[in-house]
Structure formats: structure tokens, C-alpha cells
Design a protein. Structure first.
Length: 93
């Protein structure tokens, strides 16, 4: 396939690359999961020190502040549960 001559085919030169069609579930589910998680307090395995450190590093917050927010049942409209977990060597899911 040769180079496109913009004078002969002006629209071909401006063609956009092919992309997958938008998938509503791929766009909305992470947002929905985050919103639901925001209404829970953390209650689960004793990993909060590491989770708080990783989230604090990602958001430029002190780990103690992250820990307080994750465990504050006063902000909890739903139940307490394990809303975050360690993911790989540096991530949180």
C-alpha cells in the first residue's frame, strides 16, 4: 500500500485509525464499582498498612490519612467489607 496523495483523495489522508466500538460495560463498570465501594468502609484481611501506603503514594496523600478514610464507618452508608486488595507488586484493586 503506497502513500496517499492528499490532492487526489483529501478525505483518505485525514482518515482516523480503526478503533474498537465503544463498550458501555467497559466504560461504566469501573465507575459504578468505585461509587459503590465509596459507600463501604474497609473490613477484611490485615493488609491496610500496605494498601494505605500504595494508595497514598498514588494520590500523594499520607498513608495515615488514607487509612482513616478507608476505615471511617461514619462515612459508611453500606456495610463494612474488603473493598480494596493488593494487586501485583505495587498496585491496589
Amino acid at each position: 500500500m503506497g502513500a496517499v496523495d492528499p490532492a487526489a483523495e483529501p478525505l483518505a489522508a485525514a482518515a482516523l485509525p480503526a478503533v474498537d466500538a465503544p463498550n458501555a460495560a467497559r466504560l461504566v463498570k469501573p465507575l459504578f464499582d468505585g461509587i459503590i465501594s465509596a459507600f463501604h468502609a474497609y473490613s477484611g484481611p490485615p493488609i491496610l498498612a500496605e494498601v494505605s501506603e500504595r494508595i497514598g503514594r498514588a494520590l500523594d496523600l499520607e498513608p495515615t490519612e488514607v487509612l482513616a478514610l478507608l476505615t471511617d464507618e461514619g462515612l459508611c452508608a453500606l456495610d463494612s467489607r474488603a473493598v480494596v486488595r493488593l494487586h501485583g507488586p505495587q498496585g491496589v484493586a
